[in-house]
Design a binder for this molecule. Structure first.
Ligand code: ADP
Ligand code: MG
Length: 240
């Protein structure tokens, strides 16, 4: 479980996250939505300390990651992250992208890492791309590789920050389909997305961020049909 208590993040005088408290339970799929600049990326990045919270505490599996004594590298092994821009290692083949961290960080053997890597590539329909370099892939293929590269570490948690926002429209579905089947495996996921149909279908809960606060926390059917706040109503009128 991820537990967030009174999380505040400021950049200089700018208060980006304001006293946020919430939980993401094991196996839960949480969609984080909200206007641009509302703090969605900062929220996600605070969870694995890519940003250092200004105040508040974050616990992952009951380990306080905001404790200065916490071994954050160890925690991050258990928290995969996928960004808008795929960030694949350009000088490595697809399979090398998948095997690098398990070998380097976890000490998995080359043979085992490659076997697992090929399994993962098959799962996303990209086994035949194992030996090509990322520059030869489409955006959708790159993002599917980025997802399975994170999965190669066998994390319990996956964080996605607008994984389809940089893709051409015809490639969005292939990535959402991968995320949808991943959600069905029971892995815990937090997904910042503008794909409202996906959020409605796949998420167990929607967190609506506005001005650095959680303005709404509701199951998708409730959020999309009867949003409580005027802000959420306005947002949905624009995007639906
Ligand atoms: P969202 O992902 O919802 O669009 P962000 O979390 O990226 O929002 O950003 C929220 C606010 O914080 C924005 O005003 C943004 O300009 C500001 N911000 C984000 N990262 C930084 C940073 N590293 N330094 C200064 N301001 C930042
Ligand atoms: Mg963002």
């Amino acid at each position: 479980m991820i537990r967030v208590e009174f999380l505040t993040k400021s950049f200089g005088k700018l208060d980006v996250l304001k006293d946020i408290s919430t939980e993401i339970k094991d196996g839960e799929v949480v969609a984080v939505i909200g206007p641009s600049g509302s703090g969605k990326s900062t929220f996600l990045r605070c969870l694995n300390l890519l940003e250092t919270p200004t105040r508040g505490r974050i616990y992952i599996n009951n380990v306080e990651v905001t404790d200065p004594k916490c071994d954050i590298q160890k925690v991050r092994q258990n928290v995969g992250m996928v960004f808008q821009h795929f960030n694949l290692f350009p000088h490595m083949t697809v399979l090398e992208n998948l095997t690098y961290a398990p070998r380097k960080v976890k000490g998995v053997s080359k043979a085992q890492a490659e076997e697992k890597g090929m399994e993962l590539l098959e799962r996303v329909g990209l086994a035949e791309k194992a030996s090509v370099y990322p520059s030869r892939l489409s955006g959708g293929q790159k993002q599917r590789v980025a997802i399975v590269r994170a999965l190669a570490m066998e994390p319990e948690y996956m964080l996605f920050d607008e994984p389809t926002s940089a893709l051409d429209p015809e490639m969005v579905k292939e990535v959402l389909d991968v995320m949808k089947s991943l959600a069905q495996t029971g892995i815990t996921m937090a997904i910042v997305t503008h794909e409202m149909g996906f959020a409605r279908d796949v998420a167990d809960r929607v967190l609506f961020l506005e001005g650095g606060k959680i303005a709404e926390d509701a199951p998708p059917d409730v959020f999309f049909s009867t949003p409580k706040s005027a802000r959420a109503q306005q947002f949905l009128e624009k995007v639906l």
